[in-house]
Design a protein around this ligand. Structure first.
Ligand SMILES: Nc1nc2c(ncn2[C@@H]2O[C@H](COP(=O)(O)OP(=O)(O)OP(=O)(O)O)[C@@H](O)[C@H]2O)c(=O)[nH]1
Ligand SMILES: [Mg+2]
Length: 628
């Protein structure tokens, strides 16, 4: 669990962390000198839980100064519980409001309101301040009706014990981050350590990381190896979600890494430069115009984004809507990630929201975004499949789009695959209506082919795929034609696809020509006529005559040895048979003896012998052949 501070400058955040943990989270020289926090500070504390268990809490202390809100934003993303701090002598101040807005917009669910410096005011003043703060927090996650409000003094120690037990109870009630999901670690510090090399730190927001693991850093995608893992300055075998984590990394230079990058499970995710989001504007912000530029903050990353509003020309203060953010710098973002936007200039927090889609289509669909926002997993997955229409979507891409584990996806889609509303081919998912649409389109394409090519027994699979759509994934096309074959709508013969039950339809003159050609070769034996002479004698035109020859070749009635040399199947069968019978008499066969035996000319003898070699009836040995 990560406990974080929030609140106005000088309200005693760092002093409180020190009073609770004994650790001074102001680690920079300049911070000590100026007496203010500039960047994130870290501490940790072990507390007895309400049921006697040991709670290990990591602390992130943030700066209150308005100029360092961006540093505050880099720390707040990993917080599970916030200590919301208001000084008793000052009450609600500008960054009290801004930090409160940020916590709300980020959807932080648990917290404790801590009134600090209670030693500086009397009981009456404290009571009226509590009243003021309660009114301020009304209806929020910190509303005193549901979250504790405790007055403390870091100076005298008053209220600290009460705060510790409230903290233990709150931490136990907060839901733990998932260690079972893929690793994501937003980097908040990078430094080089003598004898160690590059070290990064961050709050592990999801998954786990072990020594010797490989990880990938976004943006950039560089792969690195984890040499060592520490949690709260102690070496450990494994760090888990919700822990402050330091990693010693191999194969990377300090200069290649920076705050804002994210370490993740390798080979799983893609960085995006466009995200569809739900966006809320604070009620005291100015209206947000379509195409406005804003500062975008998510976890430790920040970049400039252009807002494209999906529903209106502007977003009114206090309202929410769907938008696309076009990021200047790509980032690894997943649905459910919360972010903050700040006005381009002057820089103040104006709103925030949630990532809904890291792989938007060219044109975003509001109904789809509404569905994504609802958070219902299996209908969200179905919609992600359906929007890829005929192409379907692979498991890998679904993982990258959702951050869900492959097994989780398989499980969530199980009922849909079972009732065949979603079809699964290997790792590819397709929406059933698209599949059936493709099937009837394919069937139609085959029918059209038959209509245009009555003398052809079928269309080749490759040609059919071109007809249906070359960009279609191979698996989808294969699944479609196999499905149609199972349904007995298509039949295959080798590479050819035909409508089931379909045979070549011939007109009378074509049928007559077919037998003329066949007879010419059947009666010629091995002394075959030239093909063109045979074709010259048929009734049909040249184009149709060629098609009939192609048909005879495909059927196997005629066999082609070279361009103008064609034999009837029976003649070649006879030749093979007589050669096999010759075998016992003499196993050597030269061209002269072959000619004498078959009575054919040299012109035909050579191609025939070569054909016999190919057919493994004979094998060439020097100038002669052996019969096999
Ligand atoms: N009397 C009194 N003084 C306090 C108490 N807590 C903090 N202070 C003083 O208030 C000043 C500011 O305290 P910090 O803890 O640095 O305040 P902060 O909220 O961390 O300030 P930033 O990090 O700069 O936003 C210091 O001089 C503290 O000694 C308290 O409970 N009682
Ligand atoms: Mg401080």
């Amino acid at each position: 669990m990560i406990v974080g501070t929030a609140g106005h400058i000088d309200h005693g955040k760092t002093a409180l962390v020190k009073a609770l943990t004994g650790i001074d989270a102001d680690r920079l020289q300049e911070e000590k000198r100026r007496g203010i926090t500039i960047d994130l500070g870290f501490a940790h504390l072990e507390l007895p839980g309400p049921n006697g268990e040991k709670l290990r809490l990591g602390f992130v202390d943030v700066p209150g100064h308005e100029r360092f809100v961006r540093n505050m934003l880099a720390g707040v993303g990993g917080m599970d519980v916030v200590l919301f701090i208001v000084a008793a002598d000052e009450g609600v101040m500008p960054q009290t409001r801004e930090h409160f807005d940020i916590c709300r917009l980020l959807g932080i669910e648990r917290g404790i309101t801590v009134i600090t410096k209670s030693d500086l005011v009397d009981a009456d003043a404290l009571a009226s301040l509590k009243h003021e703060v309660s009114a301020f927090l009304k209806d929020s996650f910190l509303d005193p009706a549901r979250a504790p409000m405790i007055a403390v003094s870091s100076k005298t120690g008053a209220g600290l014990d009460e705060l510790k037990s409230a903290l233990a109870a709150t931490a136990v009630a907060a839901s733990a981050r998932s260690s079972d999901s893929f690793l994501r670690l937003p980097i908040d510090r990078v430094f080089a350590m003598k004898g160690f090399g590059t070290v990064i730190t961050g709050t592990l927001i999801a998954g786990r990381v072990r020594k010797e693991d490989e990880a990938q850093v976004f943006p950039g995608g560089k792969r690195l190896r984890v040499r060592g893992v520490q949690v709260h300055d102690q070496p450990v075998d494994e760090a888990r979600a919700g822990q402050r984590t330091a990693l010693n990394l191999a194969s990377v230079n300090k200069d290649e890494l920076a705050r804002g990058m994210m370490l993740a499970t390798p080979g799983t995710f893609r960085a995006s430069d466009r995200i569809d989001v739900s966006l809320s504007l604070l009620s005291d912000a100015k209206a947000l115009k379509d195409r406005a530029r804003v500062h975008f903050h998510c976890y430790t990353s920040e970049t400039i984004a252009e807002v494209r509003l999906h529903e209106a020309k502007q977003l009114v203060p206090g309202e929410s809507g769907f938008a696309q953010l076009r990021l200047t710098q790509v980032a690894l973002l997943l649905p459910g990630d919360r972010f903050i936007i700040r006005q381009f200039s002057p820089v103040v927090t104006i709103g925030g929201g949630m990532v809904l889609d890291n792989a938007p289509e060219r044109k975003s669909d509001i109904d789809l975004l509404r569905l994504f926002a609802s958070g219902e997993k299996s209908s969200m997955l179905r919609a992600r499949i359906a929007r890829r229409v005929d192409f379907g979507i692979g498991l890998q891409a679904l993982v990258a789009e959702t951050g869900m584990r492959p097994a989780q996806i398989g499980q969530a889609l199980g009922p849909n695959v079972a009732d065949k509303s979603i079809l699964r081919f290997g790792d590819l998912f397709l929406h059933a209506p698209n599949f059936f649409g493709l099937s009837s389109y394919t069937l139609e394409a085959v029918a059209i082919f038959h209509r245009d090519n009555p003398l052809s027994p079928g269309i080749s699979k490759e040609q059919l795929r071109e007809q249906v759509g070359l960009t279609l994934p191979k698996e989808v096309f294969a699944a479609v034609i196999e499905h149609l074959a199972r349904e007995k709508k298509l039949q295959f013969s080798g590479e050819l696809v035909a409508l089931a039950g379909r045979s070549v339809t011939m007109q009378d003159d074509e049928a007559e020509s077919k037998s003329t050609i066949e007879n010419a070769f059947a009666t010629a034996g091995l002394k075959v006529p030239a093909l063109k002479d045979v074709l010259a004698g048929v009734k049909v035109d040249k184009v149709r005559a060629q098609k009939i020859v192609a048909l005879l070749l495909r059927e196997g009635t005629l066999i082609k040895l070279s361009d103008d040399l064609v034999f009837h199947r029976d003649a070649l069968r006879g030749l093979k048979k007589s050669l096999t019978e010759q075998k016992s008499k003499s196993d050597k066969l030269d061209v002269a003896r072959f000619k004498e035996m078959t009575g054919i000319s040299r012109k035909y003898a050579i191609p025939l012998l070569e054909w016999l070699d190919r057919e493994r009836v004979t094998r060439r040995v020097g100038d002669a052949r052996v019969i096999l």
